[in-house]
Design a binder for this molecule. Structure first.
Ligand code: ATP
Ligand code: MG
Length: 494
């Protein structure tokens, strides 16, 4: 949405046919962007929490394993201590030996069923084999010697397996070291996830003000600014400036509204112009009505006296009096035309436009009017109005066309329906209307002809408008200039 805001010139392109609901989508997009950023931050946190939960669970499992390994080492040391005391001649240690042996077997089984790591499995397997060998050696060699009272020999035999017992301790330490490494790795992973999540969250929260500012700017540009332009335009119209136009060519509701606004002010401007023009004509008509009364009576007297001298023997005097009569008649015609400008429609009845045009053309074919211009009428149509006055309009238009076309040219009258009524289009093969004359064509007394009064088109338009229609210069069709009388269709007037 760019370009200047309000202008005084005619502006807009064609109004968008369907504005859609872009403003709604703009609001949705702006809020969705902000929500998306917040949602991403929350989702990030949740996923990090899930990852940290999994790592913490694994660390608890490792700690359980550590406890298991420590307890196993403790049970195996207890068993060896009981075995040593049995060898030294303390027979009541047998139950203690068995209890610590069973406890060690139970812990070892649990660890082997769920080894802390793949690398720990072979160490645990060797611990089980060494423990079994130590037990076997104790039962088969140390215990029988002790029971026979050979305590020294029993203790010496037990000492031969010292290295095996030490290796079991080393293997368990190895498992513990592996577990410590795994736990340290998990701690590091935990820290990494924490740092990463904190970084992302801080970044998103830092970007949020910019995102919100961006969304606000976007909404301001696409909603608030166009609204301000519209309200500025409305204020100018309210202040009486009907030339105000809003330059906004976006295809959204605001573009649509601006186009409607421009069309409205253009229509208001046209109505105002028409009103001023008709007021002007009505003023002329009121003035003419007063003047006509004062002029028509002397004119009638003059014409009456002039007619008495048509048969005078002095032919020169007759010719001069005929010229005076012509001028008097011309004055009378001007007064009548001026009266016509503000005269309301007296009667309203169906008018067969084709018949009317045929009659007008027939009349204008008379030598008094025509020097040989080719005239033709085509089409058909019925309007409602005051027949003599509609005839006067067609007469004026065809007469102008004949004068423009000249003896060698042609005039074509077309009767037919148009968008909102019926029309009579009068085209001629003349030179066309000079561009500088276009703006004044319908003004009273505007003429480019030596003997013209310049009232023909002004009167024609006044009569057409009194009927609810109009007369305008419809354009140049090929090599033809076309003036158009438009009248509302009978059903529309009804
Ligand atoms: N068909 C046409 N082609 C070119 N110019 C035209 C045509 N019709 C009218 N005009 C122009 O419009 C002017 C005004 O026409 P209008 O009928 O009001 O007065 P006029 O023809 O000059 O005088 P009058 O009607 O009294 O003979 C004309 O002088 C002429 O310049
Ligand atoms: Mg004329």
């Amino acid at each position: 949405m760019g370009g200047p805001g309000i202008s005084g010139a005619a502006v807009p392109g064609p109004a968008p046919r369907r504005a859609g609901s872009r403003t709604r989508w703009r609001l949705v997009v702006a809020f969705a962007a902000v929500l998306q950023a917040l949602g991403s931050a929350v989702a990030l946190q949740l996923s990090a929490l899930r990852g940290m939960d999994a790592i913490l669970d694994a660390m608890h499992e490792h700690e359980r394993h550590v406890l298991g390994v420590l307890e196993l080492g403790e049970a195996l040391r207890e068993r060896q201590a009981r075995a040593a005391r049995l060898a030294r001649g303390e027979p009541d240690q047998d139950a203690g030996y068995r209890a610590s042996h069973d406890r060690a077997a139970e812990l070892l089984l649990a660890l082997e069923q769920a080894p802390p790591s793949p690398a720990a499995a072979p160490l645990l397997r060797r611990v089980r084999q060494d423990a079994a060998e130590l037990d076997r050696h104790f039962r088969e060699e140390v215990l029988p010697a002790a029971q026979r009272g050979e305590h020294r020999g029993a203790s010496a035999s037990l000492a031969t397996r010292g290295a095996l017992a030490a290796r079991t301790g080393d293997d368990l330490d190895g498992v513990l070291r592996q577990l410590q490494v795994t736990i340290s790795d998990s701690r590091r992973e935990l820290d990494r996830i924490h740092d990463r999540t904190a970084g992302w969250t801080q970044g998103l929260l830092a970007a949020l003000p910019f995102l919100v500012a961006g969304a606000a700017l976007y909404l301001w540009r696409s909603i608030a600014r166009p609204l301000a332009r519209l309200s500025e335009g409305a204020a100018r119209v309210a202040a009486g400036d009907l030339s105000a136009r809003i330059a906004m060519e976006s295809a959204d509701e605001f573009g649509h509204l601006a186009a409607e606004f421009n069309a409205m002010t253009a229509a208001l401007g046209q109505h105002q112009e028409r009103l001023v023009a008709s007021e002007k004509l009505a003023g002329i008509g009121r003035l003419a009505a007063g003047v006509a009364h004062e002029i028509n009576n002397p004119l009638q007297v003059m014409l009456g006296y002039l007619s008495l001298h048509r048969d005078h023997p002095d032919r020169t005097l007759v010719a001069q009096l005929a010229a005076v009569e012509d001028e008097a008649l011309r004055c009378k015609a001007i007064v009548d035309d001026l009266l016509e400008l503000s005269r309301p429609v007296a009667s309203s009845e169906p008018v067969d436009l084709r018949l009317l045009c045929d009659e007008v053309v027939e009349r204008l074919r008379a030598p008094r009017w025509s020097q040989g211009t080719a005239l033709s009428v085509e089409g058909a149509g019925v309007a409602v109005g005051d027949p003599p006055r509609v005839r006067q309009v067609v007469h004026n238009l065809v007469k102008n066309a004949m004068e423009a076309a000249g003896p060698q040219g042609g005039v074509r009258v077309r009767v037919g329906r148009c968008a909102d009524g019926v029309e009579v289009a009068v085209g001629d093969t003349g030179p066309g209307v000079a561009p500088e004359a276009r703006a004044q064509l319908f003004e009273p007394f505007f003429t480019t002809k030596a003997g013209g009064t310049g009232m023909g088109l002004a009167v024609s338009r006044a009569i057409a408008r009194a009927h609810g229609g109009d007369v305008d210069l419809a354009g140049e069709e090929g090599c033809s200039t076309v003036f158009r009388l438009w009248l509302p269709a009978p059903e529309r007037r009804a």
